[in-house]
Design a protein around this ligand. Structure first.
Ligand code: ARG
Length: 590
């Protein structure tokens, strides 16, 4: 989408709970020496069943805490916003008007859930990034080294971040920067003559190329002469040798096709596929010339390197003795090219913590070149996945992991024959649930943490797992199917939402739905998926505890029955929205 079409979207309405917060802030500013803004900033979500809490000491007001608390409470009568105010040590707890809150939150959820994504923002979204463009680079596998599990985190977290920026009104350019250039291609080309097999390649190109790469690298370790030969082959590529380039091109095309299949399965998209091969000699040459003119480049046995010791960074080589480029050189050229092409306000690289040094060097080099936008680049890193092996304990390729997870899930579903028969496409469904398991396992913990890959836990329906979330969503979707006499629901204004006020569980669900816009804001601040995962589980739990008291089936009062169905359908919309933000496709039947 262009920046312009982003600008034409209507602004999202103020989140409903903000109006309640505002009313609390007003009460505070009328009774204490505070501006509304100061007071508003001091209104937090409460714990343990309190809607909002204000910690009075934070305002550093004259007078004692209890005097100030009394001033706020004295003469208070409940109104359409605030139901009650209670003082508790240095805190004031506010309970909002239940009937009004339920009606307003559900109305907003319902209206915006059906908003067309083009013209309006979906429920929970905000336009804090309106008019700004971000390039989000993620996944970026190396095509002869196979899609390794390590790239899985970049793929999932990166796609989540792209969604998150979009949800905050940014114009997002999502980008896959393939590792499709570099000495490793010389290594494969050198090894292919000896270890390559057309038959193996046709069977599984990624695995075969990777196999050749491993064997060839091993030879190199044993014999430096082979290394020189591989380097020569890469040099030929950089010099535009037709034969080398045509081999390279076949490998690249086929690898790309394979990757795209996996990305489709994973529900992950890119606006742009590019790669190290697309960085032009011209952009790298210009960058090097500029660095030379700033006297930042030195020679070491014919290789050109840049001295970064002053910044306690290792000094990287930018051009090898034979004139070929390096990974870092290509990143420098690529950054200039991207800035020119996309004129971004921000660019993030979602890459493992193993490359912290690389990105420090890249950002420092750009800064030394007096690039004003160097400050707009950010490396978003993440920890390692530990203990990965396939179920049989052999090689680890992402497509195999997905397939095995899908098969295991399918076997689990087969155990319940009746349910199994009710699912339209059990193979596809089990695969989808399995991928949800993989994604949730990945995003549940803070990104900086390492985590241990755990097949059993990831695929279980019990506990806070991906399958459980899909189950919670499918259960919500089933209520409409089981109560067709209530459908279609009348317009919101004709739904008796006040009848929901008598159910504490209904109140709890609706309040939680009301907090979703803040979940997105906090995720944006921390650039973490884990808060969204926590929210989705919290919502699923609260809904699950409502099933026994807020019952649709058998409710004879049709007004009440419709209100309950409306509640569950709004809950489903928000649960689905949080899952989609996490790149998951919510399922209606499992
Ligand atoms: N292809 C690289 C690797 O797998 C990751 C690329 C990260 N992005 C970048 N602009 N350097 O190690």
């Amino acid at each position: 989408m262009s920046k312009d079409s982003n600008l034409s979207k209507t602004s999202p309405p103020q989140p409903v709970l903000d109006s309640f917060k505002l009313s609390i802030a007003k009460r505070l500013s009328e009774t204490l020496p505070l501006t509304i803004e100061q007071a508003f900033d001091g209104v937090d979500y409460g714990k343990k069943g309190e809607d909002f809490t204000v910690a009075l000491p934070r305002f550093r007001l004259p007078g004692s805490i209890s005097e100030n608390a009394s001033k706020v409470i004295e003469g208070f009568t409940s109104d359409e916003w605030i139901e009650s105010i209670v003082a508790d040590k240095s805190f004031l707890h506010f309970r909002v008007n239940t009937v009004n809150m339920i009606s307003k939150v559900l109305n907003q959820v319902n209206t915006l859930s059906h908003a067309s994504t083009e013209g309006q923002y979906e429920y929970g979204c905000n336009d804090s990034g309106k008019g700004k463009r971000v390039v989000v680079e993620y996944s970026s596998p190396n095509i002869v080294k196979a899609f390794h599990i390590g790239h899985l985190r970049s793929t999932i977290i990166g796609a989540f971040l792209a969604n998150l920026f979009r949800a905050c009104g940014w114009d997002v350019v999502s980008m896959n920067y393939l590792g499709d250039w570099g000495t490793q291609f010389g290594v494969v080309a050198r090894g292919y003559a000896k270890f390559g097999s057309q038959e193996e390649f046709d069977k599984n190109p990624l695995m075969h190329l990777c196999d050749v790469y491993i064997k060839s690298s091993k030879e190199i370790k044993e014999n430096p002469q082979v290394q020189a030969e591989a380097a020569k082959l890469f040099k030929l590529m950089e010099d535009g040798d037709d034969e080398m380039l045509s081999k390279w091109n076949t490998w690249r095309e086929i690898s790309m096709k394979k990757y795209q299949q996996v990305y489709n399965q994973l529900n992950i998209k890119f606006d742009i596929y590019t790669g190290e091969s697309e960085v032009t000699q011209d952009s790298m040459g210009k960058a090097l010339a500029r660095l030379e003119s700033l006297s930042l480049i030195s020679d070491r046995e014919g290789a050109k390197y840049i001295d970064l010791s002053e910044w306690s960074l290792m000094s990287p080589v930018l051009r090898k003795t034979d004139g070929t480029s390096m990974y870092l050189t290509r990143d420098i050229g690529a950054a200039f090219h991207r800035h020119e092409k996309y004129n971004f306000d921000k660019m993030i690289y979602v890459v493992s913590t193993e490359q912290v040094l690389h990105f420090k060097q890249l950002f420092k080099v750009l800064e030394l070149m007096d690039t004003p936008w160097a400050k707009d680049l950010e490396h978003i890193s993440y920890g390692m996945i530990l203990g990965v092996s396939t179920r049989k304990g052999t090689a680890v390729f992402l497509d195999q992991i997905i397939k095995q997870a899908g098969d295991a899930m399918h076997a689990q579903m087969l155990k319940n024959e009746e349910k199994y028969a009710a699912v339209d496409n059990p193979e596809a469904t089990s695969l989808e649930i399995a991928m949800t398991g993989i994604k949730i396992q990945d995003m549940a913990a803070k990104r900086a943490n390492d985590y241990t890959f755990n097949w059993n836990r990831m695929l279980s329906f019990e506990g806070d797992t991906g399958p459980y979330l899909q189950y919670a969503h499918a259960r919500l979707a089933s209520i409409g199917r089981k109560n067709p006499h209530l459908l279609p629901l009348p317009p919101t204004s004709q739904i008796s939402t006040h009848t929901l006020a008598q159910y504490p569980h209904a109140r709890e669900i609706v309040f939680l739905l009301g907090t979703y816009p803040d979940v997105i804001k906090v995720a944006m601040k921390t650039q973490e998926p884990s808060g969204v995962v926590t929210y989705a589980f919290k919502l699923a739990h609260v809904i699950s505890s409502a099933w026994d008291s807020v019952i649709v089936k058998g409710e004879e009062d049709l007004d009440k029955a419709r209100a309950k169905l409306y509640l569950y359908s709004c809950a489903k919309e928000v649960l689905a929205a949080s899952m989609r933000l996490l790149t998951i496709r919510p399922l209606d039947r499992i």
